[in-house]
Design a protein around this ligand. Structure first.
Ligand code: ATP
Ligand code: MG
Length: 645
């Protein structure tokens, strides 16, 4: 599928975007040839420093050591709030859209300041100081961002745990990060359903004796158990606090947060990010990748429990003084039209979501989209998984009315911010390709022997020079950090993903290296075969894995989810096989197609192929860590149907 359609940069973006092609090229060149000059200029223009750095970077990928803006001092909450007050005190910082379409809130920068300061004072009163770890287990309510920013103001390290996680997963993360304070809510609300956050926290805290303070936001007013001396209502703690709070002076390399990865490939890693480099790259990418302009209304649908929520709901947009929309609910509640209605309601200009949501909404049918206007949209974004070209085209044509360029952003919890991505005014688009490197990012493809692939080709995606938003360590286990990212190919950061580079220098993520198919000696990424299947009108989603095959070494096992209302049939199976043969070749023809009403996904919506691989291989006793699965019932259903093949 290399003969992809090309979507040129729209004329008005060429003229008006901050970065056109010539500027992208010039800036990229400077960013890799004179990185110190480049990053010093960017750090000065994007951030406010209390004390300048003495050295731009001191990094050594061979040793897994990364540091930026050495000895520089700044405070993230000052950069995201205080410095905007002279010009933007009354501008909306956060638009909060509730799960119930009738509920919303508009929080100005002044209000954000006051709220964050009150909580900062309350946390200090509870003994929280610089370097302490605070766990945030919250629904998508403004208090979640107040909590993150209050930690940043103190110099405490937050560890946000997605509100959909179980007590067990929460306990593991509290213990791993050694948190002594937890901030949560009585209950969350998602898709009309209540999520018992306080109850889950109570269960987790039974195994976390070091937690001395649990702060609870009253969201629903539902019943909760209470432990005197440990549990405090948020409202009670902040009510009497002054709306000013001193901000700690924080070193550029002091930690800002710990965040656990999605767990697609195994036990989640406590990725640690620091202050200066991370904030710079979050702010820069938010501005350039979405061509954010003064006054734009910006909406990222991620949860703050994921890195996308950290960098692109809270830190990037607020550092840029933007208006960021925070959505409590889910894209399918009250119905599959919700996102488009919210876009019309708030006049959203930039919309950033994940392929899993796009495929689900595509599966629900076009009427939900076309009955809304969406005229305010100018840029669309995608993140989290490879986006199948079919889903890309739908997003482009139906959602964006063929007017809005799509930024397919490839990055990881570990990279802190976008790494491979188009820029709307500079880069022509190819559906399914994350296109080109962001400033300062030097991607390489390494073959099995660790040699760099030159020109067009395929290999293991690695990065060959440090970048500011890079992971500093795995919390409490630096050896795991070195082993995971720096030891496979000494001198490089290893992403764990495979990629192909085409003749134009565009990158195509082929899937995770662990998931690569090897059929009769031919190596193939999962993404390509899946995208061929999704081309069929009746297919909403597909996941492909290898399984042991006597002759071919590995056979191809495809799990296929149909569009709403479509029925499986042998005829359809034949059509799908023929489609793959036509698109890729006979070598990629699946040996088995299993109809899958649902696919096992992480809580952030990524397909977990390692579990599908076990089911395909009939190794049902060793499914591995399933604690990050969104819906474990899906797995049983797939296992039961497998038996009927
Ligand atoms: P774990 O590391 O625990 O297995 P994870 O890799 O799913 O979990 P994240 O950091 O949330 O955790 O996800 C990063 C991964 O998501 C990337 O390595 C890549 O596989 C995938 N990904 C993200 N964005 C894109 C994209 N635009 N195109 C293709 N793949 C993407
Ligand atoms: Mg990963």
């Amino acid at each position: 599928m290399s003969e992809a359609n090309l979507y040129p940069v729209p004329e008005h973006f060429k003229k008006n975007a901050a970065i056109d092609l010539a500027r992208y090229k010039a800036m990229y060149e400077q960013s890799v040839n004179s990185p110190d000059t480049f990053w010093a200029e960017q750090a000065t223009s994007f951030l406010t420093w209390q004390q300048p750095w003495t050295q731009v970077t001191n990094s050594n990928l061979r040793k897994g050591e990364v540091a930026w803006f050495i000895n520089g001092k700044l405070n993230v909450s000052v950069n995201c709030i205080d410095r905007h007050l002279p010009a933007r005190a009354n501008q909306t910082a956060i638009i909060w859209e509730g799960d119930d379409p009738a509920e919303d809130q508009f929080i100005t920068y002044q209000e954000l300041h006051d709220q964050v300061c009150r909580l900062t004072n309350a946390l200090r009163e509870r003994g929280v100081k610089k370097g302490d770890r605070v766990c945030i287990y919250m629904p998508m309510i403004p208090e979640a961002s107040y909590a993150m920013l209050a930690c940043a103001r103190i110099g405490a390290i937050h560890s946000v745990v997605f509100g959909g996680f179980s007590p067990e997963a929460l306990k593991d993360r509290i213990q791993d990060a050694d948190c002594q304070v937890v901030i949560t809510a009585d209950e969350g609300l998602r898709g009309g359903k209540r999520v018992p956050l306080k109850k889950n926290t109570d269960i987790a805290l039974n195994h976390c004796p070091k937690v001395h303070t649990c702060i609870v936001v009253k969201r629903t007013g539902g019943d909760v158990q209470w432990r005197e001396g440990r549990d405090f209502w948020y409202e009670d703690l902040v009510a009497h606090q002054p709306s000013e709070a001193e901000s700690a002076i924080v070193d550029s390399e002091d930690p800002l947060f710990i965040l656990y990865t999605s767990g697609s490939t195994g036990k989640p890693k406590g990725v640690l990010h620091t202050t200066g480099g991370y904030l710079l790259q979050a702010a820069m990418t938010h501005k350039y990748v979405f061509d954010y302009q003064e006054g734009d209304i910006y909406w990222c649908t991620a949860d703050v429990g994921w890195v996308t929520g950290h960098s692109y709901i809270v830190y990037g947009p607020l550092a840029n003084g933007a208006t960021t929309l925070m959505f409590e609910g889910v894209p399918t509640y009250p119905d599959a039209s919700r996102c488009w209605q919210v876009i019309d309601k708030h006049g959203v200009n930039i919309f950033y979501t994940a392929p899993t949501a796009i495929r689900a909404l595509m599966g629900a049918g076009n009427d939900y989209v076309t009955k809304t206007s969406r005229a305010s949209l100018k840029v669309l974004g995608s993140v989290g998984e490879p986006i199948n070209p079919e889903a890309w085209e739908w997003y482009y044509r139906v959602v964006g009315d063929s007017r809005c360029p799509i930024m397919d952003t490839w990055w990881q919890t570990e990279t802190g911010a976008h790494m491979l991505t188009p820029l709307p005014g500079a880069i022509d688009l190819k559906p399914g390709s994350a296109t080109v490197p962001f400033f300062g990012v030097q991607p390489v493809l390494l073959d099995a022997d660790g040699k760099e692939v030159v020109g067009a080709g395929e290999g293991n995606l690695c990065i060959k020079a440090a970048w500011p938003g890079q992971i500093r360590t795995v919390f409490g286990d630096h050896q795991r950090c070195v082993d995971t990212y720096y030891s496979t190919y000494p001198g490089y950061y290893f992403t764990g993903d495979g990629a192909r580079r085409d003749a134009d220098g565009y990158y195509w993520i082929t899937g995770r290296v662990d998931d690569v198919l090897n059929v009769s000696g031919h190596r193939m990424g999962t993404a390509e075969v899946e995208s061929a299947l999704v081309l069929h009108d009746k297919v909403a989603e597909a996941a492909v894995v290898g399984y042991p095959h006597d002759i071919k070494g590995q056979g191809i096992y495809a799990y296929v989810t149909l569009m709403a209302g479509e029925q499986p049939s042998d005829e359809l199976k034949k059509e799908l096989l023929a489609l793959v043969v036509k698109e890729i070749g006979a070598i990629a023809r699946p040996d088995i197609i299993q109809w899958a009403p649902g696919l096992p996904k992480t809580r952030s919506g990524k397909i977990m192929r390692r579990i599908l691989r076990k089911i395909a291989a009939n190794e049902l006793d060793s499914l591995g860590d399933t604690s990050t699965l969104a819906d474990p019932a899906v797995v049983n259903e797939l296992i039961d149907n497998r038996a009927n093949q």
